[in-house]
Design a binder for this molecule. Structure first.
Ligand SMILES: Nc1ncnc2c1ncn2[C@@H]1O[C@H](COP(=O)(O)OP(=O)(O)OP(=O)(O)O)[C@@H](O)[C@H]1O
Ligand SMILES: C[C@@](O)(CCO)CC(=O)[O-]
Ligand SMILES: [Mg+2]
Length: 424
C-alpha cells in the first residue's frame, strides 16, 4: 500500500500545533448516498447486490478548531458537542489501533468505554448515540495514532433522508474516514487545484472504504459493505462477498424514488433477517438464493439493454424482477404496509416498485421506462405525494467521495457548511 507521508502536514503540525497540513484551511468532502437495485439483505449473507450512487450527498467540513478543542456538529440530528483534547486522552489507550493501515472494529469492551465516556446507556441505538459513538471510535482509531490528540472542528450535514434506505450511514462514515485519514496524514491532503474531482489513489480509496466499513459495523451491526463501497467509488457496482466490480455496460436508468417517511433501523432489520434464517434455514435460504439470481439476471438484462437489444422485452423482464424481489423481501420480513401501498399506487400507473435499502418503511424505487411519459410520472408522483410520501425522479451513477472548494458549492449548501463565521 502506497501511503504518502504528508510532509507539509508534518511541518505545519510541528510549527503551529495546529493539526492540519494547510493550516487554517477548510477541507470540504462529500460522499453520495446509494440506491440498491437488487440484493439488499441477501448481500449480507454472501449474495450478489447491484447498487448505484445517488445525486444526494453527505457533506463534511473539517477545519482547525481555534480554541483548541475537538468539536462535532451534526445539524441534521441537532448534535453539537465539544471536548477538550485532554478529556479524549483515554481514547489512545482504549482504542489500540497501532496500524492505521489495518482497520479494526471496536470490541465490546471498547464500545463500553466509549459509551460510558459519552454518557450513553447500554443498548441505546438511537440516532444520536450511534453517530457520536461512530465519531469517537474513528477519531480515536485514526487520529490519535503516534500519541497525537489533534484539535479539529467537524461539521457533517446531509441532503439524504437519514435512516430511510439511501445509505446515509455509509455516506456519514465515508466522509468521516476520509477527513480523519487526510488530517492524520495517512492519505493525501488534497491540494487546492485538485478541487472538484476525485484525487485519491486506488489504495487510498481502499483504505477509506475499509475504515468506513468499521464505522458501518458500529452503526449497522452486520453490514455487507455494499453501501460504503458505493459511497467511496460511486457509479454502479456489482457487490459480492466483499468483491466490488464497477459495471460499465449499463443503460441510463430512470428511477423514481419515494420516501414513505416511516422510520426504521437498518440494524434491527438486518438482525431480523438473520434470526429468520437461523430459525427457518430451509425456507429462507432458497429465497436468498432467488434474490441472488435476480441480481445476476438484472445485470444480464441491463447489459442487453445497453447494447440496444429488444428494449421493450428487456424492460418487461426488469419489471418482473422488481415485482418478484419485492415479494421475496416481504417473505424475509423487511416489508411494510407503507411500501405495499407504494407498490399498489404505482401499479395503477403501470409502474413497478420495490423497497430499496433495508426496508421496513423508508424508501422504495420505481422503474421508469425510457418512454414513460412526463404526464404518467407527474400523475404517479402526485398520487404518492397525496398519500404523504416524498417522491422525486433521481439522477444516479455519479462520483464517489469527492473534494470541494467552498466557493464552488451550491449556494444553499455553502451557506450551511460555510457561513462567514465558520469558514476560514
Ligand atoms: N448526516 C448525518 N448526521 C448524523 N448522523 C448520521 C447522518 N447520516 C447518517 N447518520 C447515522 O446513520 C444512522 C442511519 O443509518 P441506517 O443504516 O439505519 O439508515 P440509512 O443508512 O439511511 O439506510 P440504509 O442503511 O438502509 O441504506 C443514523 O441513526 C445516524 O446514526
Ligand atoms: C440491508 C442492507 O443489505 C442494505 C442497507 O442499505 C444491509 C447491508 O448490506 O449492509
Ligand atoms: Mg445504513
Amino acid at each position: 500500500m502506497n501511503v504518502r507521508k504528508c510532509w507539509n502536514y508534518a511541518a505545519a503540525y510541528e510549527a503551529s500545533s495546529v493539526h492540519f497540513t494547510m493550516a487554517n484551511k477548510t477541507l470540504i468532502i462529500s460522499a453520495p448516498g446509494k440506491v440498491i437495485l437488487h440484493g439488499e439483505h441477501a448481500v449480507v449473507h454472501g449474495k450478489v447486490a447491484l447498487a448505484v450512487s445517488l445525486n444526494l450527498k453527505t457533506y463534511l467540513r473539517l477545519q482547525p478548531c481555534p480554541d483548541q478543542k475537538v468539536q462535532l456538529n451534526l445539524p441534521n440530528i441537532n448534535v453539537h458537542l465539544s471536548w477538550k483534547p485532554a478529556a479524549l486522552q483515554f481514547l489512545q489507550s482504549a482504542i489500540d489501533v497501532t496500524d492505521v493501515l489495518t482497520p479494526k472494529a471496536p470490541n465490546q469492551e471498547q464500545m463500553d468505554q466509549l459509551r460510558r465516556f459519552a454518557g450513553i446507556p447500554e443498548g441505546s441505538t438511537d440516532t444520536e448515540s450511534l453517530s457520536i459513538l461512530c465519531f469517537l471510535y474513528l477519531y480515536g482509531a485514526i487520529s490519535t495514532r503516534n500519541g497525537q490528540m489533534p484539535n479539529m472542528d467537524i461539521l457533517i450535514w446531509s441532503e439524504l433522508p437519514i435512516g430511510a434506505g439511501l445509505g446515509s450511514s455509509a455516506a456519514y462514515c465515508v466522509c468521516l474516514a476520509t477527513a480523519l485519514l487526510s488530517a492524520s496524514g495517512a492519505i493525501t491532503w488534497p491540494v487546492p487545484q485538485e478541487y472538484n474531482s476525485t484525487r485519491w489513489s486506488e489504495d487510498e480509496l481502499e483504505l477509506i472504504n475499509k475504515w468506513a466499513f468499521q464505522g458501518e459495523k458500529l452503526i449497522h451491526g452486520n453490514p455487507s459493505g455494499v453501501d460504503n463501497a458505493v459511497g467511496t467509488w460511486g457509479g454502479i457496482l456489482r457487490y459480492h462477498a466483499g468483491k466490488i466490480v464497477p459495471l460499465y455496460r449499463v443503460p441510463t436508468l430512470r428511477i423514481l424514488l419515494t420516501n414513505t417517511k416511516v422510520p426504521r433501523s437498518t440494524k434491527v432489520l438486518v438482525a431480523g433477517v438473520k434470526d429468520k434464517l437461523n430459525k427457518l434455514p430451509s425456507i429462507i435460504k432458497p429465497v436468498l438464493d432467488s434474490i441472488d439470481a435476480i441480481s445476476c439476471e438484472c445485470e444480464r438484462v441491463l447489459a442487453a439493454i445497453a447494447s440496444s437489444n429488444a428494449i421493450d422485452e428487456n424492460y418487461s423482464i426488469l419489471e418482473e424482477l422488481i415485482d418478484i424481489n419485492q415479494h421475496h423481501l416481504n417473505v424475509i420480513g423487511v416489508g411494510h404496509s407503507s411500501l405495499d401501498r407504494l407498490c399498489q399506487i404505482t401499479a395503477t400507473y403501470g409502474l413497478h416498485s420495490k423497497l430499496t435499502g433495508a426496508g421496513g418503511g423508508g424508501c422504495g424505487l420505481t422503474l421508469l421506462r425510457p418512454d414513460t411519459s412526463h404526464s404518467v410520472v407527474e400523475a404517479a408522483t402526485q398520487a404518492l405525494k397525496d398519500f404523504g410520501y416524498d417522491c422525486w425522479e433521481t439522477v444516479i451513477g455519479g462520483s464517489g467521495v469527492s473534494l470541494h472548494s467552498p466557493f464552488s458549492l451550491p449556494k444553499d449548501i455553502f451557506q450551511i457548511l460555510c457561513n462567514a463565521k465558520n469558514c476560514q
